[in-house]
Structures are given as structure tokens and as C-alpha cells.
Design a protein around this ligand. Sequence first.
Ligand code: NAI
Length: 430
Amino acid sequence: MTDTQAYPPISEQLSDVETARAEGRRKMEWAAQHMPICEHVREEFLADQPFEGERIAMAMHVEAKTAILVETLADGGAEVAVTGCNPLSTHDDVSAALDAHDSITSYAKRGVDDEEYYEAIHAVIGHEPTVTVDDGMDLVAMIHEEYPELIEGIVGGAEETTTGVHRLRAMDADGALEYPVFAVNDTPMKRLFDNVHGTGESSLASIAMTTNLSWAGKTVVVAGFGYCGKGVASKVSGQNANVVVTEVEPRRALEAHMEGYEVMPMAEAAAVGDVFLTTTGNRDVIVREHFEQMGDGVLLANAGHFDIEIDLEALADLAVDRYEARDGVDAYELADGRRLNVIAEGRLVNLAAPVSLGHPVEVMDQSFGVQAVCVRELLENSEQYGPGVHDVPDDLDREIAEIKLAADGVAFDSLTETQREYMGSWDHGT
Ligand code: NAI
């Protein structure tokens, strides 16, 4: 271990750690009951101990579902050090429950400032990992920038989210990524469920619970019609809202139009929306000129990875007053009396609002099942993966789908030999 590990684990930061651990464990037990994939993989790892002697560093949203992944890796024989990947998404009780495990050290704590956030990442890296598991690429970035001497000992990494994969691909294109990382986000079993259904359901639930307001009859502006935006748009229209989509990519804009949503630039949407939800993974999506157009009482929230989609500095500049209107809602009052309400400080709303629970358990079971088998793959077949971003092998993704279907008691067809041959041939015409 390096001497950077001055930052204390969560157990040393809480006053009543035993109570916190018990509550965290209770949350984890509920999650585990609904995570058949991770439980299946955990049984396999307990028997095979594929991670014996490995040190896994993780920067994730530390709540009950993630905790099951962390334990699954530890039960497979690894020493795991974990911290948050967002200052507001940690559940301290879950973090404390994890820290009680013999092979896990958890530094994650809710509400840390920037300095503490990065100290905790340094502390995790201080465990000198052989594998990294990221949600947003914080570990990979810091290891390359500040701990290049560790790279030689790192077998590889896995990345959970779109923004992390996007940053990794940019790094890879610059020739700067020096170890292999799996793009877990990009698998069908992750993206088609977690980004679409998970973000859709949990963002809407978090906003509704935080504000106690209805969707019906509202005009909801969804910025970005990617995987997350599609999920949000379809589910909020199912709640009887009028949906407006903003996009910068012509095919995605056309897709939204053909789905029956109104498509318009944000400059126009700003004047008609009641609720604004950004899902672009980009920055400065809602800025001063848009705030100037908005009506009194609008809600502003972000479901993209970083808190840079809504320009809160510009909003603070415009505002003459700012106060906490409810838990998790900051009202910015403008000179003419209009109040613009920002939920969860513009951080990803399904995880960072006080009532947020993140994605539904079943969805995270899929994403984390893929994460777990990716770590196994990195260690089992490390010689196959050079530095750079790698797609997850399709058979691993299928393996997770098959475990899930079996757990849900869903039978499905398989190709006959003749069909397989036909699908692989080119010489059968009319
Ligand atoms: P995606 O790449 O499929 O979609 C993003 C869309 O936003 C694209 O269609 C793009 O053209 C559009 N876009 C970019 N700039 C824009 C702008 N200025 N105005 C309007 N549209 C714009 O990405 P995906 O998978 O939907 O992820 C989006 C973000 O959500 C990422 O930051 C990702 O990491 C994050 N994410 C958050 C989750 C959560 O739990 N809240 C879960 C999964 C992903």
C-alpha cells in the first residue's frame, strides 16, 4: 500500500457505525433477493475463487445494488477497495456494511466536498489495484495522470457508463490509454435495459417523490434522445405528459419525431416546458438564454453523468435569491419573481436526490452481472486484451441473458441445425 492512504474508511467516519451497518445490510439483503444473476455468479465465484490474490479498485455509486457486486467480487477471492463516483449518490449505511467485510475497504461517503471526493479516490488507488471497475472513468484517469507506476501491475478494467466509455475512447484515440478496459456500457444487456428502462423509471420516480408533483398534463422537455432519453420520453409519455425532445443528431431527432414526440431547439422548448430533464452526456445544454425564457415554477433536472448539463453558475448569476424549497429542491428566484427549481443540484437525479434509490434492482442485476463476468474474463484471458477499449465478448453478454431468463422462468427457442446453416450461408437465393 502507498502512503497516500491517509483518508479514513467510512467506519472511522460515522458516529454509530453498528446501527449503520445493520441498516446497510438490511438494504443489501433486499437487493440480493432480486438479483438472481449476481447471486448465480457469486455462487460460481465462491466455488472457483477466480480473483484470489487480486486487488480490485472500484469507484461506483455505492448503494445496495452496487454493494452486491462489490461483495460478489470479494467473495471470489479479491481484496476490494471502493469509493463513490458521485459526491451525492452514496448510502453511508451500505458503505459501512461493506466496510465490515474482511476483504472490503469502503471509503464512500455521501455529501463529501471536492477535496474529500478525490482523497477517497487516492485512498482506493493506494491499495495498488490489479483491476479497476469504474463508473465515469475517475480511477483510470487518476491512475494514468498520477500513478503511472501502477499501470504495469494492472491487468485491466471495466467501465459502467456511456460518459466513461466516451472518455476512454477519446483517451484510446490519443494513444493515452495504457491498459485494457471493457466497455460494459455498450453491451445489449446493459444499455438496452439500464440506460433505457433504469434511467427512465428511476429518474421519473425520483423527481415525482422529491417534488410530490404529477406528470399528467405537464410538458416535459427531454434533452437528448439517446438510450437514456428514449427511456425517459417513453415512460413520461406513459404518465400522460406531453413530451418535447431536443437533439443535435439528425437521425436521433428524426427518430423522436417518428415516435410522435415534438422536436424543437432548446431555445424554443425553454418557453414551453414545465419540466426539463437533460440526458445528453454533454455540457451547457440548458444555459442563460434558456433560463431567461422559462416560466415560473419550472423543474430542472439532469440524468446525465456529470453536473454540467445545466449551467447553474449562470442561473446563480441571474438569480436574486436562492433557497431550499423542499429537500432536494433549490429554488432560484429571478428579479421578476419567477422561480426556477433545480433538483438534486443538477447532479444525476435518479441517484443524487435525497429520496433517490438509483435504478430498479433487477436492471442493475443485469449491468453488474456483465461487470462481474468481465472482471473474470480479464483475469482468465488477460493475454487476449492489449491496452485500449474492448467490446465485451458477445458470449459473455449472452451468458448473462440466459441466466436471467432461466431465473425468470422464461423459455425461448433456439436455432435448428438447418436454420443455423441457412443463416450462415449466402448461396440460397429465390
Ligand atoms: P447516448 O449517446 O445514447 O445519448 C445521448 C444523446 O444526447 C445523443 O443522441 C446526442 O446526440 C444527444 N446530445 C448531445 N448533445 C446534445 C445537446 N447539446 N442537445 C441535445 N441533445 C444532445 O448516451 P446515453 O447512453 O443515453 O447516456 C447519456 C448520459 O447519461 C451519459 O452521460 C451517461 O453516462 C448517463 N447515464 C446515466 C444513467 C443514470 O443512472 N442517470 C444511466 C446510464 C447512463
